[in-house]
Design a protein around this ligand. Structure first.
Ligand SMILES: [Zn+2]
Length: 231
């Protein structure tokens, strides 16, 4: 059956060329599907370790990787806000992150995450951005709204935290007993992103199977998209 080895070889060649494209000029991690482009070897090792742990954590909730992901460590990020510490640009398989040492100076004092140890926070930040990258790699027939993307990323970020750190973080404000799904929408996300993050966790954690809800969003079967009120 000559067709089968040929097809397999083609698939393998495609996978390798995709990996090489995304990973050019970056240092491959122990997991060859992850690579880090950073100014020194210590940061590469630090971020690789965080990314490999993050990938394993995301897999427990059904988020898997199909293409290589590159993480670029940059001094600053021109993202949606001037306190941006990480950013994933859709369709690029590339994450931008500030170095771990920059977190204390960039983190706003009133952030929901400000109570976390900066190193613990950094690990959770890697989870957040890798969740964006893997969700972007998942097949989806429907466009996703910002709330869909951030719900998944924040739920995975909170889930990845050590329980004691999560408890500290949850002392930030009173936790809502019940969270109607409609409360998690793009307006709350844009106006109060920290409250969106906190509320997303409360919703995820209150479900019998939060990962099933996340999978519904990833597959495009569930959305937090607001109805279109315009005529
Ligand atoms: Zn995000």
């Amino acid at each position: 059956m000559p067709a089968r080895p040929t097809a397999l070889a083609s698939v393998a060649a495609l996978a390798i060329s995709a990996a090489v494209g995304a990973l050019a000029d970056a240092t491959a991690c122990g997991d060859p599907m992850l690579a880090v482009d950073a100014p020194d070897a210590a940061i590469v090792e630090r971020v690789c370790t965080a990314a490999m742990t993050a990938k394993a954590q995301l897999a427990t909730c059904g988020l898997t990787q199909s293409r290589a992901v590159r993480i670029e460590i940059v001094p600053g990020i021109d993202g949606p806000s001037d306190t941006c510490v990480g950013f994933y640009q859709c369709g690029t398989d590339t994450i931008a992150l500030v170095p771990p040492s920059a977190v204390p100076e960039v983190m706003p004092g009133d952030s929901v995450f400000a109570t976390l140890d900066p190193q613990v926070y950094y690990d959770s930040l890697v989870v957040h951005e890798l969740a964006h990258a893997l969700m972007d790699q998942a097949e989806c027939a429907h466009p996703r709204c910002d709330s869909d993307k951030e719900y998944v990323a924040y739920a995975m970020q909170f889930l990845s935290l050590p329980e004691s750190a999560r408890d500290t973080l949850l002392s930030w404000r009173e936790r809502p007993q019940e969270v109607p799904q409609e409360r998690l929408n793009d307006i709350l996300l844009w106006m109060k992103p920290d409250i969106f993050a906190f509320t997303a966790w409360a919703h995820f954690d209150g479900l019998d199977d939060g990962c099933a809800f996340v999978q519904g969003i990833v597959r495009g079967e569930t959305t937090l998209q607001l109805p279109d009120f315009l005529p």
